[in-house]
Design a binder for this molecule. Structure first.
Ligand code: IPD
Ligand code: CA
Ligand code: CA
Length: 256
């Protein structure tokens, strides 16, 4: 059953991505702000989410859906049964301003267990997917997983606000890495860790920013941990690191 769901969701991801790429000219959608001037939502975020949620209900009848723009189930307070967590367009600011470096993310948790996940690198049309003990794939190619680089030898990504406000000593952590990168999309930064471009990604993430990356990173044996000692809860916001084991430990030793 999961195999069939998986194949259909891969197709869904590619279909929604094609629809998204049709709007790269920047003129065929409307933009609105959410919590602040740099927290954007477009009509494409909403269209994608409606298409994804509708299809998920056909593919996985009886599932519940937690999705960013509010078209999913209204109240999800537990992870019993099949729960899909949906970010219909991640890196919306990049989509609007750069027409590049954005993605789409979906994850399935079964009775709370991180089970299947999908992250689309939208512009390159590369789908990262896997979970359930099957491994992690970039399209049809199985990923070996990154080498276990330490902090000193790694490029790392930290979300800009955490560095600017020097939360948890992260400015000092950044100085001890090979270099600091900020892609502005959790999807693209998660992919960076999965394919070994980045040794770590640290950010304050909402459920739909974290859910898919966590499944794929754990499947590859990478570290996914809270850095504020609150533990990871998929249903709330987390200050979280996704990293190689060595870079992750180096960061945990240096954060407060
Ligand atoms: C945002 C991006 C950004 C991250 C924010 C997210 P959105 O997602 O992933 O990189 O720093 O925390 O909210 O709003 O574009 O889906
Ligand atoms: Ca997001
Ligand atoms: Ca989003």
């Amino acid at each position: 059953m999961l195999e069939e769901i998986d194949l259909r969701v891969q197709k869904l991801m590619r279909m929604v991505n094609q629809q998204t790429l049709r709007h790269l000219d920047g003129s065929s959608y409307r933009v609105a702000t959410k919590s602040s001037y740099n927290d954007l939502v477009t009509t494409i975020d909403r269209q994608n989410e409606q298409a994804i949620d509708r299809q998920l209900r056909e593919i996985d009848p009886g599932c519940r859906i937690l999705s960013e723009e509010g078209f999913g189930d209204q109240q999800i307070n537990d992870l019993a049964g099949h729960v899909w967590i949906v970010d219909p367009l991640d890196g919306t600011l990049n989509f609007v301003k750069q027409h590049n470096h954005f993605g789409i993310m979906l994850a399935l948790y079964v009775d709370g267990y991180p089970t299947l996940a999908y992250i689309m690198d939208a512009v390159n049309q590369d789908l990262y997917h896997g979970g359930n003990g099957w491994g992690v794939f970039k399209n049809d190619q199985r990923l070996a997983g990154p080498i276990n680089a330490n902090l000193h030898d790694s490029l790392i990504a930290i979300s800009s606000s955490l560095v600017l406000d020097d939360v948890a000593n992260l400015a000092q952590v950044a100085r001890q890495a090979s270099g600091l990168r900020m892609y502005g999309s959790a999807a693209m930064e998660m992919i960076g860790v999965l394919n070994g471009e980045l040794g770590a990604y640290v950010s304050h993430l909402k459920p739909w920013d974290l859910a898919a990356g966590r499944v794929l990173a754990e499947e590859l044996g990478l570290t996914v941990k809270s850095i504020d000692d609150n533990g990871i809860s998929v249903l709330s916001s987390n200050l979280v690191l996704v990293a190689t084991k060595r870079a992750g430990q180096d960061i945990l030793d240096r954060t407060d």
